[in-house]
Design a protein. Structure first.
Length: 599
């Protein structure tokens, strides 16, 4: 197979003379049409610190690609930054942007018949979107992370963006001075780079090392540092080699390599969003992977890293301590990692890790020894019960207790809940329910960092539960459960909860339960009516029509179920609907409307 097997379709033969003429206008010469054409997906943007340092990395990759005998063609990708949109209507575009970015990369690479793609991204959705696109197209590809931000400093304490969110709650509760509140805001983000803890961006970038789609040791470098640009140049060389060896995305992204990535997420205390994103990546690669697989990996993987948000340290500390390669070597030595998985370098994971020490250095506390982990098992537990029969995700590290039964405090949107928290109306023992924020109901599953951080700032992080059909920032910790499925907009049980109902969350039993008789739940379901959609035109309306349930990754190119759900009339829908009830949807809808008409 030639190095330019795909691009030959636009560069070779008499009929392609007009195509070559266009390429000559952007720098191609007579000797360039036999070279592989490699797309460079450029996520640079000065909208946010996460992506503002990308252009130098793109420039370095472009130069390295040319030096390796390839013809790079750069194109832009959009980005949405959660930290800026958080707590507002803008945040609903965050998860949606994952699909848009994946579509944009697929459009550019396939629309110009490129032979491979190097993606440089920074903020949360840049990363899963890149791997989803590579997996869909099954072309050689590599991901280059923009790098992490350096920690801010205030009165001797390391700061991240989550420090500011938590300060909001502390300040509102009268527990923080004006000086400290303003000082934290002004000093939290001192450089370019993505959020500095083991939040979603650093979680996904580090997991790509384990997946085999990024260079080992590259994911936790600080964005402004010279080594980050060096890794971009080296990544370009590796990609050219992969094209010459015809190593394609699905050769690397397999069931076993996804298991490696998830094990790394567990070992580092990573973000709940990794669950959503790896379901989507697996679907794009046509790999069988379910919520139950996350629970299986969790039970055999200890949390080895003492990283924020539930630990002490930030990404640059992790990098200095040995970073992802050190953790992967420990997982390999203890039988948790599949060492035979192919990486984009052409070598196996075991070969890549051969020179890494077996144990972490004794002079650091970021990576714990295997026999002294932070926690014996992983931190992302999959809970099920009548509140979420399809499954949901709880982050259980850093908590003194992982069980709560309390009265429901019900909110039909995140802003409603935030207003109540800021008004100090939430009490210890409450279980907050934030609903109609799911993939379709939100739409877009906006993150709940603002309310969870405000609770922590008010000292309620350990004593208040929170469940939602939305999702959480990687910076969230506490007794929180997200991705509840089916979502409220689809008539899931979460839509039927009333103020004061008893709810149980038990991480140990992996249970999420509305403590009501089945008969009462059924009676409420019969009266439930689907609310009007929040969007009827544009991107968000299109997303609502296409998106799947969160338990399948909230994807827009998934199985027919997603489209079928969207097309049905506004009647109650759950995963456990009796077969007999399915035969007469019109009669059921009519019955559901009667109680409302009598009032």
């Amino acid at each position: 197979m030639s190095d330019n097997n795909r691009s030959r379709s636009i560069t070779q033969g008499v009929a392609r003379s007009p195509n070559r003429a266009m390429l000559r206008a952007v720098g191609f010469g007579d000797n360039d049409f036999e070279k592989p054409i490699i797309g460079v997906a450029n996520g640079h943007s000065n909208m946010n610190p996460c992506n503002a340092g990308i252009q130098p990395l793109v420039d370095r990759a472009m130069a390295s690609l040319r030096a390796a005998g390839a013809m790079p063609q750069v194109f832009g990708t959009p980005t949405v930054t959660d930290g800026i949109g958080m707590g507002t209507e803008a945040m609903k575009y965050s998860l949606v942007s994952r699909e848009v970015i994946a579509d944009a990369i697929e459009t550019s690479v396939n629309g110009q018949a490129m032979d491979g793609v190097l993606v440089v991204g920074g903020c949360d959705k840049n990363m899963p979107a890149a791997i989803m696109a590579m997996a869909r197209m099954n072309v050689p590809g590599i991901f280059v992370y923009a790098g992490t931000i350096k920690p801010g400093k205030w009165k001797g304490q390391d700061l991240t963006i989550v420090s500011v969110f938590e300060a909001v709650g502390a300040y509102a509760a009268g527990k923080m001075s004006d000086e400290d509140f303003i000082g934290i805001e002004k000093n939290a983000c001192p450089s370019v780079g993505a959020c500095g803890g083991m939040y979603t961006a650093n979680t996904m970038s580090s997991s790509f090392e384990a997946l085999g789609m990024s260079l080992l040791g590259s994911s936790q470098m600080a964005s402004p540092d010279a080594e980050k640009a060096d890794s971009s140049g080296e990544s370009a060389k590796v990609l050219v080699n992969a094209i010459r060896k015809n190593i394609r995305a699905r050769d690397v992204i397999t069931r076993k390599s996804i298991e490696n990535a998830v094990a790394l997420v567990m070992a580092t205390g990573g973000s709940t969003n990794a669950v959503l994103h790896y379901l989507a990546i697996a679907a794009a690669a046509e790999v069988r992977w379910t919520l139950d697989d996350f629970e299986r990996v969790r039970q055999k993987t200890p949390v080895l890293c003492n990283l924020k948000p539930s630990g002490q340290y930030v990404a640059v500390d992790f990098h200095r301590a040995g970073g992802v390669p050190q953790v992967l070597k420990m997982l390999l030595d203890n039988g948790v990692l599949h060492g035979d998985c192919l990486t984009i370098t052409g070598r196996s994971m075991a070969e890549e890790l051969a020179a890494i020490p077996d144990a972490p250095r004794a002079d650091q506390d970021v990576i714990r020894p295997w026999n002294k982990p932070m926690y014996a098992q992983g931190h992302l537990a999959i809970l099920k019960g009548n509140l979420s029969p399809e499954g949901c995700v709880a982050k259980i590290t850093g908590l003194k207790q992982t069980f709560i039964t309390g009265p429901a405090r019900v909110f039909n949107s995140e802003p409603e809940c935030m207003d109540s928290i800021m008004a100090k109306k939430i009490k210890p023992g409450d279980v907050l329910v934030i609903r109609y924020e799911g993939p379709r109901g939100g739409p877009g599953m906006q993150e709940m960092l603002a309310p969870t951080s405000a609770l922590i700032g008010q000292g309620l992080g350990e004593s208040v539960g929170l469940i939602t059909d939305g999702r959480f920032s990687g910076g969230t910790w506490g007794m929180v459960v997200g991705h509840v499925s089916p979502e409220a907009y689809e008539g899931g049980t979460i839509a039927l909860v009333q103020e004061g109902d008893s709810i149980t969350i038990s991480a140990e039993k992996r249970l999420i339960q509305l403590n009501l008789p089945d008969k009462e739940i059924a009676a409420r379901r019969a009266k439930w009516k689907q609310p009007a959609p929040r969007y009827t035109k544009g991107l968000m309306a299109k997303y609502m029509r296409l998106v799947s349930t969160a338990s399948l990754g909230a994807i827009t190119d998934g199985p027919p179920r997603a489209n079928a759900i969207a097309a049905k009339p506004a009647v109650a829908r759950t995963a456990a609907r009796p077969a007999a009830a399915k035969k007469k949807p019109a009669a059921r809808a009519k019955k559901a409307r009667r109680p409302a008409a009598k009032k």
